[in-house]
Design a protein around this ligand. Structure first.
Ligand SMILES: O=C(O)C[C@H](/C=C/C(=O)C(=O)O)C(=O)O
Length: 283
């Protein structure tokens, strides 16, 4: 299933993309589940699958406004330096454990939303990534059991304000400018894949491919990341783990390639879909 959050006529809803459009699940199940997060919290994905059997779309994609897949995740845990090509382009020493940092939920932006280029920056960069959405609470999850805890996967753009990321050795400010973290268009539920799926990730800037990798190239696998993160914190349904970006970021190109007003950035997971955002100067 491809599940999404969206708005129609100012009302926030959740639904499923099926061939031909969007099935409105708020209309069918809203009394029980106000949003996609509550579906995950109730572990009600099988219920959604039941409701979707034979359901006809209610909206064309053109008639909805996308919201971030989970608009307010309990936690957004980001992983840095998780592909060898990126590690070597930034000249970092390998680490025995994954670098971890956080994003706030208001740093997210939906598919087709505008990523603002803040007046404080001349170095807004893209980072195409695979997001893992957690479907079940767990602490110290053994590596061979992590797949029971995954609800699905989605494209993510961990767009980064490099000037602010570089102020100190903490990356948080540069990773949390408002509406820089693209999340969408939808999550594909884990049952569409086997355990440990190979997902094919690419990033395009104005149609030019700038990043390409698969989940097999991660330094710390999705399973290892879930085990690691669930050791220092309790993972909860709706938490998002953003698994790191491959080589090819704009800051490390020669010449550098930062995003500017009018650019269109796309992050694609071939098995899931394309997340597209336009860059606009923030007034
Ligand atoms: O500055 C660094 O060493 C790493 C930093 C962040 C990387 C990520 O967020 C990631 O790898 O996904 C960077 O490349 O600027």
């Amino acid at each position: 299933m491809k599940l999404l959050s969206f708005e129609v006529d100012g009302s926030q809803r959740f639904g499923a993309w099926v061939e031909g459009g969007v099935v409105d699940l708020t209309q069918r199940l809203g009394a029980e589940f106000p949003d996609l997060l509550s579906v995950l919290q109730a572990q009600a994905l099988p219920r959604i699958a039941e409701v979707l059997k034979g359901a006809k779309p209610d909206f064309d994609l053109e008639n909805i406004t996308f919201l971030p897949v989970i608009p307010s995740p309990p936690k957004i845990i980001c992983i840095g330096v998780n592909y060898e090509e990126h590690r070597s382009e930034i000249g970092r020493e390998p680490t025995l454990k994954p670098p971890v940092f956080g994003r706030f939920s208001n740093s997210q932006v939906a598919h087709l939303g505008v990523i603002p280029l803040p007046p404080e920056s001349e170095k807004l960069d893209y980072e195409g990534e695979i997001a893992v959405i957690i479907g079940k609470a767990g602490r110290r999850i053994p590596v061979d059991q992590v797949w029971d805890y995954v609800a699905g996967y989605a494209p993510y753009n961990d767009a980064s304000v490099r000037d602010w990321q570089g102020h100190t050795h903490q990356w948080t400010p540069g990773k949390n400018f408002l509406r820089t973290g693209g999340f969408g268009p939808w999550m594909s539920t884990a049952d569409e894949f086997g355990n440990d799926p190979e997902l094919h990730l690419s990033t395009r800037l104005n149609g030019m491919e700038v990043q390409r990798a698969t989940s097999r190239q991660m330094i710390f696998s999705i399973a290892e990341l879930i085990t690691y993160c669930s050791t220092f914190t309790q993972l909860e349904p709706g938490d998002v783990i953003v698994t790191g970006t491959p080589g090819g970021v704009g800051a490390r190109r020669k010449p550098q390639l930062f995003m500017k007003h009018g650019d269109v950035v796309e992050v694609e997971i071939a098995e899931i879909g394309v997340l597209r955002n336009r860059i606009e100067k923030e007034a």
